[in-house]
Design a protein around this ligand. Structure first.
Ligand code: FES
Length: 107
């Protein structure tokens, strides 16, 4: 199990026990975490899985890859240096306890 903590804009925290190999997006949508949609199913073509990685976890999560930078220019809430597509963060032991912040909106 890999624990992910989703923090809503109002500060509400929800802790999810996900399987290794899940992504931040699939763990959220599979557990009805509000605010993460994942319209394209992880195809990196919708940006409705936008999350802000908590400062303390940026190194563990690692850098953006491929076309992720471009998609993050299309997010509903302006992206920052902490922004990632949740579908591109694959969960494993190195990110157990990961904290991500959910944006105000995705569309
Ligand atoms: S689910 Fe569409 S870009 Fe992540």
């Amino acid at each position: 199990m890999v624990t992910v903590i989703y923090v809503q804009p109002d500060g509400t925290r929800r802790e999810i026990d996900a399987e290794a190999g899940d992504t931040v997006m699939t763990a959220a949508t599979g557990n009805l975490v509000p605010g993460i949609i994942g319209d394209c199913g992880g195809g990196m073509s919708c940006a409705t899985c936008h999350v802000f990685v908590d400062d303390q976890w940026l190194d563990s999560v690692g850098p953006r890859e491929g076309d992720e930078d471009g998609m993050l220019e299309t997010t509903a809430v302006t992206s920052t240096g902490q922004s990632r597509l949740g579908c591109q963060i694959v969960l494993d032991d190195t990110v157990d306890g990961l904290v991500v912040h959910v944006p105000e909106c995705q569309e």
